[in-house]
Write a protein that binds this ligand. Structure first.
Ligand code: SF4
Length: 442
């Protein structure tokens, strides 16, 4: 590969859609580009190269990428621009993406290291496409976007086959990183003074099962708890894989935060079977009970899909009653969107869009009611908040408690990145408002 010296003025902009794994992948893409001599800029208008790191978990995510490609086509008319598309959509929509004249090259969801070379080939007039089957983990330089919060991928891909999910097709099978490597990266982050690290995987509870050396998520959490970082988070958890060992490890780990994102998707056993989720509503509620017993005050959040093929109103009532029974802190709800190659794509998408919308709004309303109730219970309490930023529109600082609640409060310059204790005075479904009472000297 030609050294980039003659390209050193080149500016690159990375646009990202999708989950935290993809957000972190973009930090790695920026790391690869920076190492190759590119200057990272935040707006396509300033860039010579634009990289789109895409998502196709739902149709809406794809539509957003299509819209952006249209805009970039215009920009390209007024200035020379190299455009590369990667991530899940390039793995799943190669033909469709190559129909966009603005696209100069494609890369996959597991070969970001190739980007500098693909840019060079595109600049030489080629239209390279490199979409190897995603069955490896690259060790990539990371250009982290925060100096106090970090993502750390512990496993890539997923070997499950949930009927609605495109992930196994576009991100490949489960690949766990060796525990030694994960712990080494975590120690580096501790030395750099990071306050919070989020361990990432499509299904963190399956961590290590592909290593066949006795490693599993519980053993990892126990080792992670020994590393001096104030807050350890992890996402996403899977009810079919969460073990009593893991629950015990979360409870024992002082720096492991009291928040578990446990995706349930539906409250109907009939729909859970059709989704091939591998657990029942009853098993899910038993896990919730075990978590609440082992970790008092734990905040459990979840994902729900409404309008899965064949979902009746009775099934949906099952979902609403489960939300009430489990008392989730937050529910991320989405309308079912058929994905190519998935088993569910063979089923008739028979829940009419207005009915999907009605069910989505019913879930949001129920969740808001419960979140308000839960947040009101916290009034007058004092909790530690990691300050993430300043909200101009409200003139308040914001951050998260250990159990992942959003807190807003008046503060002062220099508080971002600090751990501050806040007394809660007002509750809304989405946030707690309060006053800072003291700072954690960390
Ligand atoms: S566990 Fe299921 S929903 Fe989650 S990434 Fe794997 S296949 Fe998709």
């Amino acid at each position: 590969m030609t050294p980039v010296s003659f390209l050193s003025k080149m500016k690159a902009c990375v646009l990202t859609w999708g989950c935290q794994l993809n957000q972190h992948r973009s930090e790695e893409i920026e790391g690869v580009l920076e190492r190759a001599g590119y200057e990272i800029v935040s707006r396509p208008e300033e860039a010579d190269v634009v990289i789109l790191n895409t998502c196709m978990v739902r149709q809406r995510a794809e539509d957003k990428v299509a819209g952006r490609l249209g805009e970039l086509q215009h920009l390209k008319k007024s200035c020379p621009l190299v455009i590369g598309v990667g991530g899940c959509m390039s793995q799943g929509r190669k033909k469709e993406l190559l129909r966009y004249p603005s696209v100069d090259f494609l890369f996959g969801s597991a070969n970001a290291s190739e980007i500098p070379e693909l840019i060079e080939r595109a600049m030489r007039g080629e239209r390279p496409v490199s979409l190897p089957y995603p069955n490896r983990i690259e060790r990539l330089p990371v250009r982290r976007r925060s100096s106090f919060q970090a993502y750390l991928t512990i496993a890539e891909g997923c070997s499950n086959s949930c009927a609605y999910c495109i992930v196994p097709f576009v991100r490949g099978p489960l690949r766990s990183r060796p525990m030694k490597e994960v712990l080494a990266e975590l120690r580096e982050l501790a030395e750099l003074g990071y306050k919070e690290v989020t361990l990432l995987g499509q299904n963190v509870d399956a961590y290590g099962l592909d290593l066949h050396d006795g490693t599993n998520f519980a053993t990892l959490l126990r080792e992670v708890a020994k590393i001096p970082i104030s807050r350890i988070r992890f996402t996403s958890s899977h009810p079919a894989y969460m073990t009593n060992e893991t629950i015990a490890a979360i409870a024992e780990g002082e720096n492991i935060c009291e928040h578990v994102h446990l995706a349930v998707q539906s409250g109907s056993n009939r729909v859970l079977r059709a989704m091939r989720r591998g657990y029942t509503r009853e098993r899910f509620l038993r896990i919730v009970e075990k978590l609440r017993t082992a970790i008092p005050g734990v905040n459990i959040t979840t994902d729900i899909i409404v309008g899965f093929p064949g979902e009746t109103d009775e099934d949906f009532q099952g979902t609403l009653s489960l939300i009430r029974e489990a008392e989730f802190g937050t529910v991320y709800v989405a309308m079912y969107s058929p994905r190519p190659y998935t088993a569910a794509a063979e089923l008739p998408d028979d829940v009419p869009p207005p009915e999907k919308k009605r069910r989505l709004e019913a879930v949001l309303e129920e969740t808001r009611r419960i979140a308000q109730k839960i947040n009101e219970r916290k009034l007058e309490e004092v909790e530690e908040v990691l300050v993430e930023g300043f909200l101009e529109s409200k003139g308040l600082y914001y951050g998260k408690t250990r159990d992942m609640r959003t807190v807003l409060f008046p503060g002062e310059e220099g508080m971002v990145g600090k751990l501050v204790w806040v007394k809660f005075e007002r509750a809304t479904p989405g946030a707690l408002y309060g006053e800072a009472v003291k700072e954690t000297v960390a």
